[in-house]
Write a protein that binds this ligand. Structure first.
Ligand SMILES: Cc1cc2nc3c(=O)[nH]c(=O)nc-3n(C[C@H](O)[C@H](O)[C@H](O)COP(=O)(O)OP(=O)(O)OC[C@H]3O[C@@H](n4cnc5c(N)ncnc54)[C@H](O)[C@@H]3O)c2cc1C
Length: 471
């Protein structure tokens, strides 16, 4: 167990200044966890009892902090917006939490190159707004855009609404500046494609701060489209809309946003089938938008889709970031969402071969039904392979018993996913929540290879230890 000696705290203060070191009070409570909150059926294996939050202003200050931590063997937890849902930014032991919020400067927007270079602590919302003033935009637009940071999004390989058009953030990162666990700073060469050995840039994408702290990133950004068209369709059954999306991909008529889901007015019976809504957005130059919109509309109709009123699609698009604002107080206070009441809630976001998605949906239903777990929504995002479910259960006969049953069901759902050739998570990372499935995800030798990389870069295991089953 590490200790945060008064000497370490004095040294941290001399690096970042007294105002940027917090050792007690509400702030240390908030920064000791992320958005893996207590209504999820999962408790952290341990918690840091005394954390210190430091707020560096520059990569040089981050280097000094990391060197200090490495010398004293004190764990470090990099912290972006704290919107991560898997406990990646939670402190499992006494730690130095590096809050990157002061490192929020945009260093260069290059309109001709269509690139931006910014510090890791900037929120995606701020970055996108600055790009839009120059006629550009970010290709990454998650629900959490107002609060999630550039560094946190890269570290979880996040995916946003527009991923069918621009891919997950992995596809948009050109180069990174990273402070390694020993305090050395490296800068990878910003390039979309290079044939220069294994990609160092990619090594840190999705690593959730276990291999180093991203201090700066250069991204591919995009000219704002000439035109955008929003479309909504309603289908009789989940399978009808799913098959329409399959057909769009087969026809290579792919919109920029594909968001499809079946939802009742409240929790629904896992064995049931409910009307499902498909939101599509096509953007680009006018002739392209017209042609793709025309083709996808035809495909929807072919599968029995009924066009929804345009106001539905407009409202969907304009309110797409609202869940983040609704979550803000819940995250700060670690409380229950008032629109749900005191229920347990969990979700899966998995990747499956497209041909197995409908079978997975069917096979997962009895796993949930036999434990009285209801579904809030089942959905497809971006492409037919990406399947999600949001699940809820009343805390009966007790919170602990209901949580146990949900965890048991979750184990079965993960095993089913792996057995059907899938991958366990497509955008929120692993953190601590999914750590126990890492061996099955990567195989024994695969996980060992990842652990060897971790040991080589972080010999003293100070960088976000206990996450991703890497240490
Ligand atoms: C309401 C809501 C909606 C969401 N919607 C989406 C969505 O649409 N798409 C999506 O992909 N995710 C979504 N998420 C999850 C979350 O927003 C993402 O995981 C996001 O990418 C995390 O960014 P953050 O800055 O908050 O990171 P944090 O939660 O602070 O950190 C995430 C992980 O990255 C590490 N980290 C943070 N900064 C750095 C850094 N600079 N260098 C190295 N490691 C670092 C942390 O240690 C942690 O392991 C949602 C979450 C909520 C609460």
């Amino acid at each position: 167990m590490s200790t945060l000696s008064s000497q370490v705290i004095r040294d941290l203060t001399s690096i970042v200044g007294e105002d940027n070191v917090v050792t007690s009070g509400e702030e240390t409570k908030i920064y000791s966890r992320d958005a893996l909150l207590r209504f999820r059926p999962f408790t952290l294996p341990s918690r840091g009892r005394s954390i210190v939050v430091v707020k560096p202003y520059s990569a040089e200050e981050v280097e000094e902090i990391v060197k200090l931590a490495n010398t004293h063997r004190v764990p470090i937890v990099p912290y972006g917006g704290g919107t991560g849902l898997m406990g990646g930014a939670a402190s499992l032991t006494n730690s130095i939490v590096i809050n990157l919020s002061r490192m929020n400067k945009i260093l260069e927007i290059n309109v001709r190159d269509r690139t931006v270079t910014a510090e890791a602590g900037i929120t995606l919302g701020e970055l996108d707004a600055a790009l839009r003033e120059k006629g550009l935009m970010l290709g990454h637009d998650p629900w959490s855009r107002p609060r999630a940071t550039l560094g946190g999004s890269i570290s979880t390989n996040g995916m946003g609404y527009t991923a069918a058009g621009y891919g997950s953030i992995r596809r948009q990162v050109l180069g990174l500046e990273v402070v390694l666990p020993t305090g050395a700073k490296i800068e990878t060469r910003p390039a979309e494609d290079s044939s220069t050995g294994p990609s160092l840039t990619q090594l840190f994408i999705g690593a959730e701060g276990t291999l180093g702290i991203i201090t700066k990133a250069t991204l591919r950004v995009f000219p704002q489209p000439e035109r955008q068209k929003l479309l909504g369709y309603e289908f009789e059954t989940f399978a009808d809309g799913f098959n329409a999306i399959m057909k769009m991909y087969e026809s290579r008529a792919v919109p920029t946003v594909v968001d499809y889901g079946e939802e009742g007015d409240g929790p629904v019976d896992p064995m049931g089938s409910y009307p499902a809504n498909l939101f599509l957005m096509v953007e680009g130059f006018s002739e392209y938008v017209e042609a793709v919109a025309e083709r996808v509309s035809r495909i929807c109709e072919q599968f029995g889709g009924r066009r929804k009123d345009d106001s539905w699609a407009v409202e969907y698009w304009e309110t797409r970031h609202e869940p983040m604002y609704r979550y803000e107080r819940i995250i700060r206070e670690d409380t229950f969402p008032e629109w749900l009441g005191e229920v347990l809630l969990d979700f899966i976001h998995i990747y499956l071969p497209a041909s197995r998605v409908l079978a997975y949906r069917e096979k997962s239903a009895p796993i949930l039904a036999k434990r009285g777990i209801k579904i809030l929504d089942r959905s497809i995002w971006k492409q037919p392979e990406l399947f999600s479910m949001v699940m809820v259960k009343l805390p009966e006969p007790s919170f602990a018993e209901a949580a146990r049953e949900m965890l048991e069901a979750f184990d079965e759902l993960m095993a089913l996913c792996h057995n059907m050739g899938g991958s366990m998570e497509y955008c929120h990372g692993v953190g601590v929540r999914l750590s126990k499935y890492m061996e099955r995800e990567h195989g024994i030798d695969g996980l060992e290879a990842l652990r060897q990389i971790k040991r080589a870069l972080d010999p003293n295991n100070i960088m976000n230890p206990g996450k991703l089953s890497l240490s």
